[in-house]
Design a protein around this ligand. Sequence first.
Ligand code: F6P
Ligand code: MN
Length: 339
Amino acid sequence: MKRISLTQYLVEQQREYGLIPGQLRLLIEVVARACKRIAIAVNKGALGDVLGTAGTANVQGEVQKKLDVISNEVLIEANEWGGHLAAMASEEMDSIHVVPNRYPQGEYMLLFDPLDGSSNIDVNVSIGTIFSVLRKIGHGRGVTEEDFLQPGKQQAAAGYCVYGPQTTLVLTVGNGVAMFTLDRETGSWLLTQHETTIPEDTNEFAINMSNMRHWAPPVKRYIGECLAGSEGPRGKDFNMRWVASMVADVHRILTRGGIFIYPADLKDPSKAGRLRLMYEANPMAFLVEQAGGAATTGRSRLMEVTPSQLHQRVPVFLGSREEVAEAVRYHHAHDNAQG
Ligand code: F6P
Ligand code: MN
């Protein structure tokens, strides 16, 4: 079977729909190439001396793994010189990285979580890279952190790469979701799925149950009623999966449906959930919506949230449309009962 490459896909999307101007195509190809390099490093594991901690902490106070640092460097280096970007932001960097003056400045801004699911690196479980693309606002060379604070609905593209049994790149430019698999013999990304649709209904949820006692009442009730199964108010039995790498959990949901939840919890009320809005929740929300699913904070659409900080956190409920709507109903019922 003749499969088309990522490059051909991008060229055809531009030709047919005008969705991928030259700079955006270069950006996506550069990110895909960087992901290939990260995949090689991930694969080497102990042989490449890439496991374990780097001995540093990121802006959120999380211990950085060697591969977090390596992946961040790979993405920065790959994207700096092409003339397609004005600036980058990353989970692993406190503030934005403006493209140095020696390079031309492009129209886009790139945000990424260079290596998502860090706790799974050393145990050889799927991990990934998540990215989001915004357009630079305004003219002139200056870029500030504020320029990044755009709601997710303004994303020009988003995607992730999952380093699992297969290395898969999942992409949207606002015209559905395409999946590419890395052919390790030729080094090419080949289109393996050009339309992705999340089933509307599901009986599979993904949440870290160990936090149950910290959840807010509507989340407790929603999961409680899922757990009650066919004898409970939901009238059906649920299955549960939790990889603890958002990329892997979302990839499963894009493939066979489900609902993924990382709610805000009362363990640390200063944090609005665990996941970061701009480079975890928003790109996944864009992909999930483009595949016919839904992505909310539990109360409203994720991609409508106007960010106030680069590294802000947000509660996340995403996946099969009907099930996400169900979880939202629990929140509204709770809010209405509170008057
Ligand atoms: O990036 C944060 C992250 O590692 C996600 O990939 C994952 O979904 C979540 O945190 C895992 O959280 P926990 O440690 O609570 O299982
Ligand atoms: Mn992450």
